[in-house]
Design a protein around this ligand. Structure first.
Ligand code: UDP
Length: 252
């Protein structure tokens, strides 16, 4: 244990340079994506990422509620990110707090920039993100789940939207912070990438890092997003893979 100010900081790297969960600095937590688990929604996805468990459901394009939000020349994207009361160690008060509202807003804006909204004027694409278990990185897990759910719903988009956080922990840059690293790190930089163009459509930073580190952090995050992108595509392929046709030969 180190002691900086009043905060007891646990060792975040072993003597081998590996992190508390055994990962290298540029390694993602295990990620499993299931496309289309919900039958009532137009599109859905379930993401298990480290100890995070996040469900996303998409409805639309459909009629806008409340009506006054309707736009005559394009669809709007409405997003609700919610953490279940039982998703964290200390029971979270149910309902949309300021944090959830902020996350909902930045995620809606990220998707507005990739959905071909002009194709569906006067409609709404509604994205629901439910965090069932949280262990840092839930907004990124939410973006990944929602993106696969939007594709599952057949909403036309420029591209899928992989997302991941890069952090600075004990003076080192690390990919995909776990909860301990999030609690005791110096910086947390979640981002979402449009892989085809390299455009970042969500980026937030908490804490501080040097501008040289920021460049390296972005490179690390973009590389992480590219790995996540492959898993997102694989989840959709699994969902829509057509089973090979049974042999038409009938033995006499
Ligand atoms: N967290 C919590 N209670 C809250 C909000 C967050 O316990 O009301 C935890 C949760 O594990 C979350 C982590 O703190 O994943 C980091 O939260 P942050 O706001 O950085 O968002 P995230 O990293 O989940 O996108």
């Amino acid at each position: 244990m180190g002691n900086v100010g009043a905060k007891e900081i646990p060792e975040l790297f072993g003597p081998d340079g590996l992190r508390t969960d055994g990962r290298r600095p540029d390694e993602l937590r295990p990620l499993k994506i299931t496309a289309g688990p919900l039958h009532q929604a137009d599109g859905s996805a379930f993401v298990e990422w480290g100890f995070n468990k996040v469900m996303a459901a998409v409805y639309g394009p459909r009629e806008v509620h409340p009506r006054h939000l309707q736009e005559n020349n394009k669809a709007i994207v409405q997003c609700r990110y919610n953490m279940a009361a039982f998703s964290v160690d200390e029971r979270k008060r149910p309902g949309l707090d300021r944090r959830s509202q902020e996350i909902s807003k930045v995620i809606a804006e990220a998707f507005e920039s990739v959905i071909f909204a002009e194709e569906y004027p006067r409609t709404s694409v509604d994205v629901y993100i439910e965090v069932l278990q949280a262990n840092a990185g839930t907004r990124c897990a939410g973006v990944v789940a929602a993106s696969v759910a939007l594709a599952d719903a057949g909403i036309p988009m420029v591209d899928l939207l992989p997302a991941v956080a890069v952090g600075k922990v004990g003076g080192k840059l690390v990919l995909d912070l776990n909860k301990l690293e999030d609690n005791f790190g110096e910086a947390d930089l979640p981002m979402a990438l449009v892989p085809q163009s390299g455009r970042l459509v969500l980026m937030q930073m908490e804490g501080h890092m040097h501008r040289d580190e920021l460049g390296r952090a972005l490179d690390m995050g973009v590389a992480g997003c590219r790995g996540i992108y492959e898993k997102m595509k694989a989840a959709l392929r699994d969902r829509y893979a057509v089973a090979p046709a049974a042999s038409s030969e009938v033995s006499a």
